[in-house]
Design a protein around this ligand. Structure first.
Ligand SMILES: C[S@@+](CC[C@H](N)C(=O)[O-])C[C@H]1O[C@@H](n2cnc3c(N)ncnc32)[C@H](O)[C@@H]1O
Length: 401
């Protein structure tokens, strides 16, 4: 299939631009980003591609990581529209003024910060990046993920271009000179666990969540009967520090039943108290302690593991599913699909499991079929293609029949 021509792309950009400008139509923002990337791909020549991908963008990442250390974006944000003179910013960050200028020129050229009337100013992007969860995300992606990616070619050359199958011997372990599995390494090497947990709370921020388009009131809350089902509405299995549950509770403030957050003990220990949900240390490779909840969410969990471990996680959940209650797929009518598409990932990601050396790959059809079997013959809610905001996640919904 030939790539669309530049004029054809421009026409589509104009149409998506109208939809975005006039109606804020669902998905139009993502369309515009996607089409803009197609336009760059159609226009860029190889020398420019190399300059951008292997010079400008790595330098930008390094500068942003340095910016985190010296709170550059926070200083710009706090200065507001007036911005800061180069000398004032150098004094606040402690950077040598000429070095700071070189870094900032690159960040301005790549649209991260702005230079107006001789002063450095923040942008909506850099002001957003000043938030702690994004500062931690930058630190995690740069300090932990980037060395793994950088080591891919050497690792796979050395291992015969085979998919990693061990939790303790992958590109991640080679890059970080460890034999620990990814999640254990995070705990053992502060501050990476805290940075990872912040990254989890931020990596999808601003995108639609399943509770934004799933009929929570009609399907989850309606028919919820504490006498029959127990008093737990939703268990977020591997829910980090509770970012999903906190948001769910905010949107569905009048939900019935209890909300339970589960994760590993070191994560729960830093989750903090919440009046919206209860936090419980639980290893999902052990039997699920909350029996008969209305729903269990496993959001971005199974993609971290290979098929055998994914099945073990589901096997440990299965006895908790209340007898006589089935799970079934969410109806993916057009409206739901449209909203899910609006949450799609416009940047694409490499395989997180390979990165971590977890031996995992994207949950495949075979696993989904096996998971259906585990759900006692009932259907299982398995987000399909297009629902990228659920990628790697599986929700089990218990429904009376
Ligand atoms: C990719 S994160 C997903 C976090 C969250 N569900 C989300 O979608 O943002 C995977 C989560 O699984 C948790 N986890 C890893 N191993 C676990 C285990 N054995 N038992 C329980 N949770 C675990 C991690 O601590 C982390 O919070």
């Amino acid at each position: 299939m030939s790539s669309p021509s530049v004029p054809a792309l421009l026409e589509r950009i104009a149409a998506a631009g109208k939809a975005y400008e006039h109606n804020q139509e669902s998905g139009s923002r993502e369309d515009l980003i996607d089409l803009s990337q197609s336009l760059v791909a159609a226009l860029e020549i190889p020398s420019e591609f190399i300059q951008r991908s292997f010079w400008s963008e790595p330098a930008k990442s390094a500068h942003i990581r340095l910016a985190v250390d010296v709170e550059l974006f926070q200083h710009l944000r706090d200065a507001g529209a007036a911005g800061l003179s180069p000398a004032a910013l150098a004094s606040k960050t402690g950077l040598d003024a000429p070095l700071l200028q070189r870094i900032l020129r690159h960040l301005a050229a790549t649209k991260v910060v702005a230079f107006r009337a001789g002063r450095w100013c923040g942008t909506p992007l850099s002001d957003g990046l000043a938030e702690q969860r994004y500062q931690h995300s930058v630190a995690f992606c740069y300090d932990v993920a980037r060395p793994s990616f950088a080591g891919f070619p050497a690792y796979f050359r050395a291992t015969g271009y085979r998919q990693p199958t061990s939790l303790t011997d992958g590109p991640f372990q080679t890059a970080h000179k460890t034999k620990l599995p990814f999640f254990d390494w995070l705990v053992a090497t502060p501050p990476h666990l805290a940075h990872f947990d912040s990254f989890m709370s931020a990596y999808r921020a601003g995108k639609p969540n399943w509770w934004d388009f799933y009929p929570v009131v009609e399907r989850l809350a309606a028919g919820f009967d504490p006498q029959t089902h127990g008093d737990v509405l939703l268990v977020d299995v591997g829910g980090g520090r509770g970012h999903d549950l906190a948001h769910f509770a905010q949107v569905h403030g009048s939900h019935p039943g209890r909300l339970v957050l589960q994760d590993r003990e070191p994560v729960i220990a830093t989750a903090g108290q919440s009046d919206r949900f209860e936090a419980q240390a639980h290893d999902f490779f052990t039997p699920q302690p909350v029996a008969g909840a209305r729903a269990y969410a496993l959001h971005s969990i199974l993609h971290d593991w290979d098929d055998a471990e994914g099945v073990r996680i589901l096997e440990n959940l299965k006895p908790a599913l209340k007898r006589g209650v089935l799970a079934r797929p969410a109806q993916r009518d057009r409206a739901v699909r449209g909203q899910a598409d609006a949450g799609r990932d416009v940047h694409g990601h490499d395989d997180a499991g390979a990165l971590r050396g977890a031996g995992a790959h994207r949950a495949g059809l075979a696993r989904h079929r096996r998971a259906r079997g585990l759900a006692g013959g009932g259907d299982l809610q398995l987000p399909g293609r297009g629902g990228e905001c659920h990628r790697g996640g599986v929700g089990l919904e218990q429904i009376d029949r």
